[in-house]
Design a protein around this ligand. Structure first.
Ligand code: MIG
Length: 651
């Protein structure tokens, strides 16, 4: 049962595709304070709150506040309130003691909105708007005849997923292992990576091209110096069964003679400053203009540009910097330079010194800059901050819509950093610039359920961590978890320790783990496609499956993956295992490789689970089965799930 309510004059976002009749009045159960622009509700002492897409601090979101305002935020620490996505759907689950009922809520507003979930006042849930213009959808449990036994929370999620449209389905090769680095600079570096993987026998399906493949960071160009015959190189890789996946950034370099820039100006495709000229900011290439992806013909124009790379044989892309990230705006930079001059001969004391530091540190992603340019959206001129959260969504939609025209029968890979609900119909996401920290391995486990709830099924984090130096043990544990995530990509930042798997001492363990991934792909991919088609979640916390088990509600580090299995990754240093809670009896299979394992039945309750680095425990649910393939070097050599009969594990 879904009801839709209106607050103020909402901006249409295209996130909901089903027509739902507007109900009159305010969302029942919530109070709206017009002056404070706040919706609020008292929370039951034991209530849990799930959802909100990609955010910090665990699966149950209660106890912190979250701001939906897509942010280029490379520090995913627990004090942060915004990461790259703005995904305003949550499920509220009260205890059975009070008189409240479970429900889901989607707050559809493209501007900034804060979800204070017991942060300021531990018993209050507050939705605080910048502009109180929104649709809210209230989703209650209903008897769903074809819910396949889904329990209350899952049926709420499923109803929501139905109204936002079917999730993007990535090609199967995208489940293969991907190796990325910022950046492989030229053909030879890419070849060396491919050769080293083949030499060590570690399966691989794709190699990513980060910004340096371009000519001076200009979108849709390829450096002729470093990739002299790009189409030939793409097909050389293709002949080896490898896909190259280039990055595309949101900003278009301002450069006379660069056709994307020239066409953008001629076609009036860029966002405007207050005076009506194209807004100038800086990102990688230096000064750029931002395409106004909110305009349909700009999406069409920009989307067509992907064709160039596709004509060269490319069939996968990642869209970056589309919050959009801004290093500085030209206007503000000039102000800062002027101000800096006044410090020159000053005796800098504590105040002026910090002020000076703030001037420089505050150049990036500045609030005021986001309020200084304009879009043309559905026939209206709107200031950017009011529609900020739609930017990355619509950049990615431009690509997705273009793929439907350019390659209607094939399924290119596409994922994005920024997101809004609605984008899940066109692409997946990756979780951005994490660190090579154990805590971020845990974070990457905990981010998945919230993403799945919002329709993002094709998702994953940078394996091994993006920033900082990874250790071999962390990499082994991270890969041991990553083999279950749809996007399974090792990526790291410039200047950090090289972390391709063949660079570690124990490449044997790395190979076994990636082989296990390939053995799992038929299961994972068929469960993934099914989840997309049936509006289900691929990754489910225990509390979603065992709603009446109070112990399950507290489990933040175990997940069901598809219908048959549950995982309990190890995410601490020097561990030889971990504690695990089983809501019911399950079969444990402890894999050292796809063909080397031991099995045992474990009863419901708590257990210490032994798992040395390199051992991957998988729990098979009672009455379910898991079939593995024999590993191969490329996904193209894998059979379908139904064809497997050799390695069958039964719970
Ligand atoms: O400001 O393209 O999240 O994956 O390697 C950094 C360089 C820009 C951020 C992405 C990261 C990518 C990096 N990009």
């Amino acid at each position: 049962m879904i009801r839709k309510y209106r607050i103020g004059t909402p901006i249409e976002t295209d996130s909901v595709v089903e027509k739902i009749k507007l109900s009159s009045g305010m969302v029942p159960g919530w109070e709206f304070d017009e002056k404070k622009k706040t919706l609020s509700m008292r929370m039951d002492a034991d209530a849990a709150v799930y959802g909100l897409g990609v955010q910090v601090r665990g699966i149950n979101k209660r106890g912190w506040h979250y701001v939906s305002f897509c942010a280029d935020e490379p520090h995913h620490e627990e004090g942060k309130t915004s990461l790259y996505g703005a995904n305003n759907f949550f499920v509220y689950v009260p205890s059975d003691k009070g008189d409240q009922r479970r429900f889901g809520m989607y707050v559809d507003t493209p501007g900034r909105v804060e979800f204070d979930i017991g942060f300021y006042n531990k018993d209050m849930f507050q939705v605080i708007f910048d502009e109180a213009d929104a649709y809210t959808y209230l989703i209650e449990e209903e008897d769903d005849p074809d819910n396949n036994g889904a329990s209350g929370i899952l049926s709420i999620v499923r109803q929501f997923r139905r109204i936002i449209g079917r999730s993007y389905i990535a090609p199967r090769w995208a489940f293969g292992f991907g190796q990325s680095r910022w950046s492989y600079m030229n053909e030879d570096e890419v070849r060396e990576v491919a050769d080293a993987y083949d030499r060590t026998g570690i399966p691989l399906d794709s190699i990513y091209l980060d910004i340096d493949y371009m000519e001076r960071y200009k979108d849709f160009t390829v450096s002729e110096e470093n990739f002299p015959d790009f189409p030939a190189f793409v097909s050389e890789m293709k002949n080896r069964g490898l896909h190259l996946v280039p990055i595309i950034d949101a900003g278009v370099k301002i450069e006379k003679g660069y056709d994307v820039y020239e066409e953008g100006i001629a076609g009036d495709h860029f966002v405007k400053d207050g005076k009506g000229s194209p807004f100038t900011a800086a990102v990688w290439p230096g000064r750029v203009h931002f395409p106004d992806f909110l305009k349909e013909d700009t999406r069409r124009w920009f989307g067509e540009k992907y064709r160039r790379l596709m004509d060269a044989g490319i069939d996968g892309f990642w869209n970056d910097m589309n919050e959009p990230a801004i290093f500085y705006s030209e206007e503000h930079l000039a102000e800062v330079f002027e101000k800096l001059d006044t410090y020159k001969d000053k005796n800098l004391d504590i105040h002026s010194f910090f002020e000076l530091q703030g001037l420089i540190g505050g150049l990036c992603n500045r609030e005021e800059d986001y309020r200084s340019f304009y879009h043309e959206y559905k026939g209206e001129r709107l200031r950017h901050d009011r529609v900020h959260n739609l930017y990355g969504f619509n950049m990615t939609r431009a690509a997705g819509e273009a793929f439907e025209r350019i390659a209607p029968d094939s399924r290119p890979l596409l994922f994005s950093r920024a997101s809004y609900i609605g984008m899940h119909r066109y692409a997946g996401i990756w979780t951005g610039d994490n660190m090579s920290w154990w805590s971020h391995l845990l974070l990457s486990i905990q981010q998945l359920p919230g993403l799945n709830m919002c329709g993002f099924l094709f998702a994953g984090s940078d394996i091994g961590g993006f920033g900082g130096d990874v250790t071999e043990e962390l990499m082994i544990r991270w890969v041991s978890f990553g083999i279950f995530t749809p996007l399974f990509r090792n990526h790291s930042a410039m200047g950090t320790r090289r972390q391709e798997l063949f660079r570690f001492n124990d490449t044997e363990t790395m190979r076994r783990l990636v082989e296990l991934r390939y053995a799992l792909i038929p299961y994972l991919y068929s469960e993934y496609v099914r989840a997309a088609e049936q509006d289900e979640m691929l990754f489910r916390p225990l509390s979603f499956e065992y709603e009446n088990d109070p112990r399950a509600a507290g489990v933040e580090d175990e997940l069901f993956v598809g219908r048959s299995i549950m995982i309990a990754p190890v995410y601490t240093q020097n561990a030889r295992g971990r504690y695990v809670y089983l809501p019911e009896e399950m079969k444990l299979v402890r894999f050292r490789s796809f063909s080397d394992y031991d099995e045992e039945w474990l009863s419901a309750g708590d257990h210490f689970l032994k798992a040395e680095p390199g051992e991957v425990p998988v729990f098979i649910r009672k009455g379910c089965e898991l079939r593995l393939a024999e590993p191969v070097m490329r996904t193209s050599e894998l059979p379908e799930y139904d064809e497997l009969d050799k390695y069958v594990f039964r719970g």
